[in-house]
Design a protein around this ligand. Structure first.
Ligand code: SF4
Ligand code: FE
Length: 481
């Protein structure tokens, strides 16, 4: 069976990793209260793939083996696959209200599939064959794979080879007949700890002389020489407290890891690019394009949860009949569905690469992500407007439950007979969580910087916009010389 159950997934990630959090080494990370919600979010993917109701979206037929696989390991074979990917991500955003972490490896695999094919065609290398073998194993074992792109980058005004510390961009430091040795770091690594494997890619388009930096490979996330440092998120230590309501989204959460590679060995058959500088930019662009498409799904699903919470709190506080509240909800839906439209549009306008797989429309994917850098902020603003100031002045759950002041708080937090105070409390904390707490990482900051900061999309839009063709339209319309 190629589909793992959530329980099998959880068992399979119980391995030794060199992980640090709050300055201390963490053993048995799967038992750590700050980490558990991020594992729950990934388990939701495995759970829904088992459910007949969701199998159309959550699974696909592998073109490599003919097996039914989790869609997160699929290589897109049609525009319908691209559309289903976005729909699946929206569904998971709705079910977890956070980042469920499995898309990055999915997007890197789909980018590498065509780039390795084109490299082999030009240079007679074996990358495509090696990558397919690697990926068949991922599909057959239903593995979670991270995709790692972002280097620390040091002095932004300098190229990788001009940095004082050459490790500020990940690179090859040695090579022998068995493989290559890697040093450097990848930051903002979504779900790296919860992944079995990772695909590493260059962070930017490289030039002649920078061959050691033009490297892509697959690696086990617990490989010798890899150190993981867990990223902090706003209000994360609330997960260490006794209660759960103060956490907001207490079942699910994202995960970001700072990953350091120190002389990590990679066998040749797991290397998918080594020195082909002219393909590095294409790999970056294709991966980024797929991930910008992803945001037209996942962020929309989380947006659905925030809109739902805003509508509910307006009912709980008896303002739901006010016309301006209704109008704010309409605006939130309008913004959210605009993002979804972009995700669907760049998918339905996708095209087939020579390797056979399907890719998104690059211009529309970049427009999608550019909108994502803005609309969730406005949706958050409207959610905060509707919810009211209590989302950031509310006393703790311990006070709500205390013998001394609990009844007083309940008396003054009561809105009307049929609304339990605890439910109102939960909703306010949930809105706090999504707009400024742990899940604001997935919903706000990641909307800005995930899949590339806004300027990166503007550069891609400028490359694709074809202003000359638009000017020609007007010249033809007006018979201009
Ligand atoms: Fe997937 Fe969204 Fe998380 Fe990226 S931010 S890994 S697209 S859920
Ligand atoms: Fe992301």
């Amino acid at each position: 069976m190629t589909l793992k159950t959530p329980e099998e997934y959880e068992e399979s990630i119980k391995r030794d990793v060199n992980l640090y959090l709050f300055g201390e080494k963490v053993e048995n990370f799967w038992e750590h209260p700050i980490i558990i919600p991020s594992i729950n979010a990934v388990k939701k993917i495995y759970e829904l793939a088992q459910d007949d109701h969701y199998k159309e979206l959550m699974t696909a037929k592998s073109h490599l083996t003919g097996n039914i696989i989790n869609r997160f390991t699929h290589i897109h074979q049609s525009t319908d696959d691209l559309i289903k990917k976005v729909q699946m991500q929206r569904l998971l955003g709705q079910k977890t209200a956070c980042c469920f972490q499995r898309c990055v490896g999915f997007d890197s695999a789909n980018a590498l599939y065509s780039v390795t094919y084109e490299m082999d065609k030009k240079y007679g290398t074996n990358y495509h064959k090696w990558f397919k073998n690697y990926w068949i194993d991922v599909q057959n074992q239903d593995l979670m794979v991270d995709g790692a792109m972002t280097d620390p980058k040091g002095d932004r005004s300098k190229r990788p080879i001009d940095q004082e510390d050459p490790d500020l961009f990940l690179h090859i430091i040695d090579e022998d007949d068995k493989g290559i040795y890697i040093k450097g770091a990848k930051i903002h690594q979504t779900g790296f700890l919860n992944s079995h494997k990772a695909i590493i890619m260059p962070t930017l388009s490289l030039r002649e002389g920078e061959e050691d930096y033009a490297v892509s490979f697959g690696v086990d996330t617990n490989e010798q020489g890899i150190t993981l440092i867990y990223g902090r998120q706003s209000c994360d230590t609330r997960k260490l407290e006794d209660g759960k309501c103060d956490i907001g989204n207490f079942k699910y959460g994202g995960q970001e890891i700072f990953v350091i590679f120190d002389n990590v060995f990679i066998p040749h058959e797991n290397v998918f690019m080594k020195g082909e500088v002219e393909f590095s930019g294409e790999l970056v662009n294709r991966f980024a394009g797929f991930h910008r498409q992803s945001y037209g799904g996942c962020k929309v699903g989380v947006g659905d949860a925030l809109i739902g919470a805003s509508a509910l709190i307006s009912e709980f506080q008896k303002v739901d009949r006010a016309s301006h509240i209704k109008d704010k909800l309409i605006e939130m839906v309008h913004l959210n569905e605009t993002l979804y439209s972009c995700g669907i549009a760049c998918s339905s306008q996708g095209f087939q690469r020579e390797a056979g797989n399907y890719e998104i429309n690059m211009l529309l994917a970049n427009v999608c992500k550019q909108n994502v850098t803005r609309f969730p902020y406005e949706i958050c603003r409207l959610a905060e407007d509707i919810a009211g100031g209590l989302i950031c002045t509310l006393p703790s759950e311990a006070d709500l439950d205390s013998k001394e002041v609990g009844d007083l708080l309940k008396k003054y937090l009561k809105t009307c007979e049929d609304i339990p105070v605890k439910d109102r409390y939960k909703l306010l904390r949930f809105i706090e969580n999504l707009t400024m707490g742990v899940s604001s990482v997935s919903y706000r900051t990641e909307s800005m910087h995930g899949a590339g900061s806004p300027q990166a999309q503007r550069i891609m839009i400028s490359r694709q916009m074809d202003i000359d063709q638009k000017k020609k339209l007007v010249k033809d319309l007006l018979d201009l010389e």
